[in-house]
Ligand binder design. Structure first.
Ligand code: PDD
Length: 287
């Protein structure tokens, strides 16, 4: 089956898909992106992802490349062409193509829009054995609330984690607190049974999965506290887990080589993952 990508108005063979060498995303990381999870042909929280895309674009003063309903149509058309059932839709908007200069182009340029899809294994309600994380200093800039394609610190931290046998990196700020993962939000369950995740500010990305999980936690009458937590506190926690559009809720059973509690998946993370998988199966199927 041939796979398609969407590039600036055209559905093209994924192997041939390309952008101009002076796309400002390519040269200057002057662009933003979104990743929307897909399960059973259903988009998960599409509206919230497009709301966040709108915010990212506004923060960087990049216009919408197409009207929002048009983007919604393109997302669905690409899913249909690629027969996407489980995986993700990736979309990226850059400021456009212009002769290289750090400042914005003086002549109006059209923002560039690229979409791809990725098939992945179906995420099961069963959490399996959980994952390991490795800490790394958070060396990113002070606007991590914007979902930009400038991801080099995240890339390096994730790679260091993978080389140590861990799946994800947990980024640590100057106070010794966990900000978030390289591409996920970070959570713990304290010994008192409180669910803790850092409050959203410019230091982290306001995850959509995080947002949805907050209302699930409240429905389940779990006590949620949004505050910073240190790496030391995480190592002493009863449970830990990560959230993202692509990992849903994934338990963390090891931090920097040491087991979290007994090193097994705990009941809170297990329950929240089951709930999230149930939620992901709701909604209208596209494919
Ligand atoms: N990453 N924090 C960071 C730095 C992220 O890159 C992501 C998402 C999240 C979780 O956000 P959400 O729940 O909206 O997916 C938190 C995506 C999946 C990625 O870069 O592939």
């Amino acid at each position: 089956m041939s796979r398609y990508a969407y590039v600036n108005g055209r559905y093209v063979d994924h192997r041939e898909a390309s952008v101009h060498i002076e796309d400002r995303g390519y040269q200057l990381a002057d662009g933003v992106y979104e990743v929307v999870g897909v399960r059973d042909g259903r988009l998960i929280d599409e509206k919230l992802h497009l709301d966040r895309l709108d915010r990212s674009l506004r923060e960087l003063r990049i216009g919408w490349p197409v009207a929002r309903p048009t983007l919604e149509f393109i997302i669905r058309e690409l899913m249909r062409r690629n027969r996407l059932r489980d995986g993700l839709v990736y979309m990226q908007v850059t400021r456009g193509v212009a002769r290289r200069d750090h400042a914005f182009p003086t002549q109006p340029v059209k923002p560039a829009l690229v979409l791809t899809t990725k098939n992945t294994r179906r995420i099961e309600a069963d959490a399996g054995a959980g994952i390991a994380v490795k800490s790394a200093p958070d060396i990113r800039w002070e606007r991590c609330d914007i979902k930009t394609v400038a991801l080099l610190p995240n890339v390096l931290a994730k790679q260091a984690a993978r080389e140590s046998g861990a799946y994800e990196a947990w980024l640590i700020d100057g106070q010794g607190n966990v900000t978030e993962g390289a591409s996920t939000n970070a959570w713990i369950v304290t010994r008192d049974g409180e669910l803790v995740t850092r409050a959203t500010d410019n230091g982290i990305l306001a995850g959509i999965t995080r947002q949805t999980l907050k209302s699930m936690a409240s429905d389940l009458q779990l006590k949620l506290v949004e505050r910073p937590f240190s790496l030391e506190e995480a190592k002493q926690a009863r449970e830990a887990f990560i959230t993202s559009a692509t990992s849903f809720v994934t338990p963390v059973v090891k931090i920097d080589g040491a087991p979290v509690a007994d090193g097994k998946v705990g009941p809170t993370a297990r329950r929240l993952r089951e709930e999230y998988v149930r939620f992901a199966a709701e909604g209208e199927a596209v494919t």
